[in-house]
Design a protein around this ligand. Structure first.
Ligand code: SF4
Length: 357
């Protein structure tokens, strides 16, 4: 491991002193209840505090304990998550609640190793729950902490490489104090969210600026180094926006599998050489409807493992035969915007609304 540029025990006291004056008062900070802390940590992954607060409160009103969450149908959990995005988190949350009730008797385990058995709980989230709920000496390495450490130690490697990962965890462990681990963990998260910002860090306001190596060498804007992005596969699909008396046909995807439990407009996949409109006409014949298709343009949406190119076609009809599948529904535009549509279909809805329909 690289030689350390400063005494690692110099960090925690500075952060704790700063946090006692500048720390944010957030709803999940008033509790040591692991259920509430876990819920907030999952919601905060890839999402801002401002977006999370309302969802956090609504979730607790609907599912006040892990037992309530475990007993709910998965659809109810996903529907309550609608709009927060990254829906795998909601599915994992529900699966983890079931595991907690069935295998842990409703009690949260306290160690990082045990917590990592829960679906959707990685090492950093496990560390956060262990430190915040149980005051255990457990480091975290979320996106904010990763950025701070890259700058503090002026790490000159892409931070997601395996060598950098190992190095960062080692530093995270060294900096995490044994005492006051709860406040230290909150403090370092707050520093990343409010001071050591991704684009323009506010070094003048930073309690670590005297020690920070990126600051010393004028590298705070360059670090962390950019990760080279890998090319992602592209999928082509076409969606039928089928309208009857101001309502649109939508259906829920199967609970398991890709984008499980989310809603979408009826969709067909388009293979190389196939024409989108022809495939949509086949879909129309499945529904036994006919009429003039109106092209509404294309949507591009990036999911975690692929890019989706989605072509949109609208069809208005007066009458519709009974849809056999159980998970179909007709929704007006205002109902659609409350629904847990997955990303590309959310954009399709915005396009539809922008087209004046
Ligand atoms: S001095 Fe600047 S770059 Fe260094 S940790 Fe503080 S805010 Fe981040």
């Amino acid at each position: 491991m690289a030689e350390l540029p400063f005494a690692t025990d110099a960090i925690a006291p500075r952060l704790l002193a700063w946090y006692s004056k500048q720390g944010r008062a957030l709803p999940w900070r008033q509790t040591r209840d692991p259920y509430r802390i876990w819920l907030s940590e999952i919601m905060l992954q890839q999402t801002t505090v401002a977006a999370v607060i309302g969802y956090y409160q609504r979730f607790l009103e609907n599912f006040p304990s892990v037992e309530h969450l475990a007993a709910a149908p998965q659809e109810a959990v996903i529907d309550l998550w609608a709009g927060l995005g990254y829906y795998a988190r909601a599915r994992n949350l529900h699966a983890a609640a079931k595991m907690l009730v069935e295998e842990f008797g409703g009690e949260f385990p306290q160690t990082v190793t045990e917590l990592q058995q829960l679906p959707g709980v990685g090492r950093s989230t496990a560390g956060a729950i262990s430190a915040l709920a149980f005051e255990r000496h457990a480091p975290i390495l979320d996106g904010n902490v990763r950025r701070i450490l890259c700058r503090l130690f002026a790490l000159q490697q892409p931070p997601r490489s395996s060598a950098a990962e190992k190095q960062l965890w080692h530093w995270a462990e060294l900096l995490t104090p044994v005492a006051d681990v709860h406040d230290y963990t909150q403090a370092i998260m707050d520093l990343g969210a409010t001071v050591c910002l991704p684009r323009k860090p506010l070094c003048e306001d930073c309690p670590l600026s005297e020690l920070c190596q990126a600051r010393e060498f004028g590298l705070e804007q360059q670090l962390p180094l950019k990760q080279k992005s890998k090319p992602v596969p592209i999928r082509h699909e076409a969606a039928l926006l089928l309208e009857k008396q101001g309502k649109y046909l939508v259906r829920r995807r199967p609970a398991s599998g890709l984008l499980g439990g989310l809603w979408e407009f009826p969709t067909v996949s388009i293979a190389d050489g196939e024409m989108a409109e022809q495939k949509v006409r086949l879909l129309m014949s499945d529904f036994a409807v006919s009429g003039d298709l109106r092209p509404l343009g294309n949507i591009t949406h990036i999911y975690s493992h692929f890019r989706l190119e989605l072509q949109l076609f609208q069809l208005s009809i007066d009458d519709f035969p009974q849809v056999a599948e159980a998970e179909n529904d007709w929704c007006a535009a205002e109902e659609l915007s409350q629904l847990a549509l997955h990303g590309a279909h959310k954009k399709a809805l915005e396009k539809l609304q922008g087209s004046g329909e």
